[in-house]
Design a protein around this ligand. Structure first.
Ligand SMILES: [Zn+2]
Length: 472
């Protein structure tokens, strides 16, 4: 038997090693493949040892269960990458590569051939069932690990998020229902504007987000997104020199910005690859939100309190800062834009945000039912199709298998919706307390840092989720 402190210390070391390897891989730097295997085996052994202890803090147990599941499921993630590459549209290329599930995003943002876009969408949906065997094995591995320790994927998720199943379903339903009508109006408006056609099922989230934001780059020609974002956080009093930024443009680097809190709080890294001004500004505000959240951890807290934070709390700080772009006052005052331009930006971002809500409402309810009712894959696709019809427009059911971020997590999207609503509540609180331009107020920064320092003990109950706040 070993002490709880010792377990935490060992877990922290392996966590840092694993995350550093993920970082190297993600930014396209050479990394040691053998070290990945060695670290995974060591993590596995340590987590099993922790889980066999009869009395350990509940958070440490959940953290160990999470890491054990992730290392066991890791080979399936590698398999997905291969399968995403193999599902390719014949005779179609983007940037010298085939149009496959990994390059679909690049293709979608480059082509303006709408009929071809539809054909590509239908092609991928038709071939989506090829992903079922790996998706099934991936989910089953989580299920098996949890049942080995008399836990379930769904219950540990709900416990960690401190919400009951009926409350969560009720909350998501309300968020989706509230967004339905305004979303359909906005989607129709922008689809007519962009392609002169009605909104249809193949106009997915990436299509609309990219096409609505693209014209905005013209207003940001002079802007340096990274310098602007750092300036805002610095002004709020965060020690920005402690965050390392990797902005190299390597060909094998991941496209979207991401944050790696390798040591909490000592080693935070943000990786990004400059692409479009608006996209970068939006992405960097979000990722630096994660960055300052990690940076605010109290080094004296046990590792599991710093590390095993509910996903909805992890995303709250990111959505808070990303939300600045939807604030007209921020756009005119901080970014010095004309009011009419600021208004246009807010409307376009609002359309995307409404899509985010209806899409995630459908996806979250399907995923929750998947675990609760033990749906088969056929039933899951059918359920997803019904839910998309209910919340926005009927989308062929197998599409849910194609959106990588959902497939790789047993449950994550409900947390996004909770985090989004909580971030709006937090913004209201900051406005009440520090004024409409709270981002200019260092005292607001101190408040945010103190709240961020609570990590796994974030006062969730002090922010009861109110979906109607989004109607205001
Ligand atoms: Zn995030």
């Amino acid at each position: 038997m070993f002490s709880v402190d010792e377990a935490g210390r060992q877990l922290e070391e392996l966590y840092a090693t694993a995350l550093e390897l993920v970082f190297m891989q993600s930014v396209g730097l050479p990394y040691d493949q053998a070290k990945i295997v060695k670290t995974a085996v060591a993590l596995n052994n340590l987590c099993e040892k922790i889980l066999e202890q009869p009395t350990i803090p509940r958070l440490l147990r959940l953290s160990a269960l999470n890491w054990l599941s992730r290392t066991i499921a890791y080979p399936y993630l590698l398999q997905f990458t291969q399968e995403y590459r193999n599902i390719a549209v014949p005779l179609l290329e983007v940037n010298g590569d085939s149009v496959n599930l990994l390059t679909w995003r690049n293709y979608r943002v480059q082509t303006e051939n709408w009929a071809e876009q539809r054909m590509v969408f239908d092609f991928f949906v038709e071939h989506a069932p090829k992903l079922i065997p790996t998706t099934k094995q991936h989910f089953s591995s989580y299920q098996e690990i949890h049942s080995r320790y008399n836990e379930t994927v769904l219950d540990t998720y709900l416990e960690h998020e401190q919400i009951s199943y009926p409350d969560l379903v009720g909350f998501i339903t309300k968020v989706g229902e509230n967004a339905r009508k305004p979303f359909l109006q906005a989607a129709e408006h922008y689809c007519q504007k962009i392609k002169g056609e009605s909104f249809a099922y193949w106009d997915d989230f990436i299509f609309l987000a990219h096409r609505t934001l693209k014209p905005l780059n013209a207003h940001f020609k002079e802007l340096d997104p990274l310098a602007q974002v750092i300036k805002i956080f610095k002004h709020l009093g965060f020690p920005m020199e402690e965050i390392k930024v990797d902005s190299e443009n390597r060909s094998n680097k991941a496209i979207l910005p991401s944050c790696f809190s390798i040591r909490l709080p000592g080693d935070t890294r943000i990786a990004y690859r400059p692409s479009s001004k608006v996209g970068d500004l939006d992405g960097l505000l979000h990722e630096f939100g994660h960055g300052i959240h990690g940076l605010s951890s109290d080094p004296d807290d046990p590792f599991w309190k710093r590390e095993h934070v509910p996903m909805s709390v992890l995303e709250t700080f990111s959505f808070l800062f990303e939300g600045l772009l939807k604030d007209e006052l921020f756009l005119t005052k901080q970014l010095k834009l004309e009011p009419v331009i600021a208004q246009d930006i807010v409307e376009r971002l609002r359309a995307n945000n409404l899509y985010f809500r209806v899409f995630l409402a459908a996806n979250s309810l399907m995923k929750l039912a998947f675990w609760k009712e033990g749906l088969s894959f056929d039933q899951a696709s059918q359920r997803w199709q019904e839910l998309t019809r209910r919340f926005y427009i009927e989308v062929p059911g197998d599409y849910w298998l194609l959106y990588p971020i959902n497939v790789q997590f047993t449950l994550y999207n409900p947390s996004y919706l909770m985090a989004y609503v909580r971030s709006v509540q937090l913004r209201h609180l900051l406005v009440d307390e520090f004024g409409e331009t709270w981002w200019e107020e260092p005292r607001a920064g101190t408040y945010i840092a103190e709240l961020a320092a609570t990590r796994a003990e974030f006062p969730i109950k002090e922010f009861p989720l109110d979906p109607d706040i989004l109607l205001k």
